[in-house]
Design a protein around this ligand. Structure first.
Ligand code: FPP
Length: 247
């Protein structure tokens, strides 16, 4: 049966964030090296992006490279950067055809210059697309993002552009890498790990968390729809009582 039919299109999450985990273990299970796992991650990325568009998710944010990932062997880091560059170049016509706006969050200036350039080109070329915003978190760490925001707000306080009493949640939001994205509604992590690993900590304050044992390269559209259906079966109360929600 087509799982998509069980989705209530009026109540799809607006913003889905994904931690695509398990590429290394998937490859190891096949007697291959970790890089083979990363190369085989692309089908899953494409399927989740297409499925999101199809059901009307407006924002999809994928954790592609964490600040901690720089500690991996140079060969693996280089392979991930090459994969990022080649994929973005290759997919650009598809992003245009599918009306996808590409975005990136993280400490982007720490990426290799050629990766920054391709990213900039793709972001710029797709900036008027409207169907879905596909954000890649690259060299991203949530605590670092919050520290940056605090530094930038503090500078404005010192320069008297911001009054301390006026600092609000909105001020913080506006100084995060995600200033142009809404809060996360649903976070999906693959591979059986049940952690959020320094991902969108502020933005996930009220998110539903969904964990699956499937390794990322095996993740497909139907698995994604399972997560959306589970999300729709949960009651989001935002601190209120059940009665208040159903009133
Ligand atoms: C997690 O698996 C995966 C990553 C850290 C990298 C994901 C990035 C890509 C697939 C390439 C980026 C490309 C684009 C287009 C965004 P893992 O290596 O941590 O797996 P393990 O936990 O089994 O070792």
């Amino acid at each position: 049966m087509d799982k998509k039919l069980n989705i209530d299109l009026q109540r799809v999450p607006n913003h889905v964030a994904v931690i695509m985990d398990g590429n290394g273990r998937w490859a190891k299970g096949k007697g291959m090296n970790r890089i083979f796992g990363h190369r085989n991650a692309l089908t899953a990325i494409r399927q989740v992006a297409d499925a999101s568009s199809e059901i009307g998710v407006k924002f999809l944010t994928m954790y592609a490279f964490s600040t901690e990932n720089w500690k991996r062997p140079k060969l693996e880091v280089d392979a991930l950067m090459s994969l990022l560059i080649s994929t973005l170049k290759k997919e650009l016509p598809e992003f245009q055809r599918k009306n996808v706006k590409v975005n990136a969050i993280g400490n982007l200036t720490s990426l290799p210059k050629n990766a920054q350039k391709v990213l900039e080109d793709v972001i710029n070329s797709t900036k008027n697309n409207t169907k879905i915003t596909l954000t890649f978190a690259l060299s991203y760490g949530s605590r670092e993002e919050i520290v940056n925001a605090i530094k930038n707000i503090s500078k404005k306080v010192v320069n008297k552009e911001v009054n301390i009493e006026e600092i609000s949640e909105k001020t913080i939001n506006n100084h995060l890498y995600t200033f142009n994205l809404p809060d996360v509604d649903l976070m999906i992590r693959t591979s059986g790990e049940q952690r959020i690993s320094n991902y969108l900590l502020w933005q996930m304050a009220y998110a539903e968390l969904y964990f699956t044992d499937i390794l990322w390269p095996d993740y497909r559209e139907e698995h994604y729809y399972d997560a959306i259906i589970e999300y729709q079966n949960r009651e989001r109360r935002f601190g209120k009582t059940s009665e208040q929600i159903t009133e």
